[in-house]
Design a protein around this ligand. Structure first.
Ligand code: IPE
Ligand code: IPE
Ligand code: MG
Length: 224
């Protein structure tokens, strides 16, 4: 049985779900948040140590302003209402991505990270304004200023995921088979599951099924 320390999820399909069932993309984002809560609970139950959730990509700025505003409002309210409880559950929150939001929102993100920084049960890495290419370029830039011999290990330390083991498992919901600029370096040896269901319809049972399948995979890492 493979150990499972780190699960990464591309939570895709909110907009389509919302349009199909509520005639509004934003309603899909709201419903998607419920799935997030569910998956956090199950992850704790399953003793997973790291959960990385793709919430907003560097490319998502190309969406209509109204949708972007709705998404960030949703997240802001989530943090304001749920941070206390996340903290009680011993969850550590870390933002990966470029924190160049409004002063007020940056402050809330920093506060949330600081408040939960000593928690150890589950670390949630929230990928927000995250793009893997940006992260890699940034790493190259930092390295070029230093006189060091780069290798795979020290290169990882220049990424925003430093000190976090690479994902064992990547799940993308929403019936789309691509990575969309997510963790390109870190996913080099992850087991990848593309799920047909849209994120708001993704259940505990679906999650468990994938985990059980993952556990039985023969992970070679180049060996036989
Ligand atoms: C993923 O759902 C959530 C975000 C990108 C914020 P989408 O909003 O991409 O949903 P679809 O793919 O359009 O259905
Ligand atoms: C990926 O979903 C980003 C997030 C889930 C936050 P998208 O819906 O933005 O991906 P593309 O643009 O369809 O590849
Ligand atoms: Mg999408």
């Amino acid at each position: 049985m493979n150990p499972l320390r780190h699960v990464a999820i591309i939570m895709d399909g909110n907009g389509r779900w919302g349009l199909k069932f509520k005639n509004s993309r934003n309603a899909g984002h709201k419903a998607g948040l419920k799935t997030v809560e569910k998956i956090i609970k199950v992850s704790i139950k399953k003793k997973i140590r790291f959960l990385t959730l793709y919430a907003f990509s560097t490319e998502n700025w190309k969406r209509p302003k109204k949708e972007i505003k709705y998404l960030f409002n949703l997240l802001e309210n989530f943090l304001l209402n749920r941070l206390e409880d996340l903290n009680k559950q011993d969850i550590k929150l870390k933002i990966i991505g470029k924190k160049n939001f409004s002063k007020k929102f940056n402050k809330l993100l920093n506060f949330s990270e600081r408040k939960t920084s000593n928690n150890t049960t589950l670390q949630i890495n929230l990928a927000l304004n995250y793009g893997s290419k940006f992260e890699l370029i940034n790493a190259f830039k930092q390295i070029s200023k230093k006189k060091i011999v780069v290798n795979e290990k020290n290169f990882s330390e220049f990424l925003q995921t430093r000190n976090i083991p690479d994902p064992d498992l990547l799940i993308r919901t929403g019936n789309t088979n691509r990575l969309s600029n997510f963790l390109l370096w870190q996913l080099a040896y992850s087991e990848i599951f593309f799920e047909k269901k849209l994120w708001p319809s993704f259940t505990e049972r679906d999650y468990n099924k994938i985990i059980e399948k993952y556990k039985k995979i023969k992970r070679n890492f180049g060996k036989i």
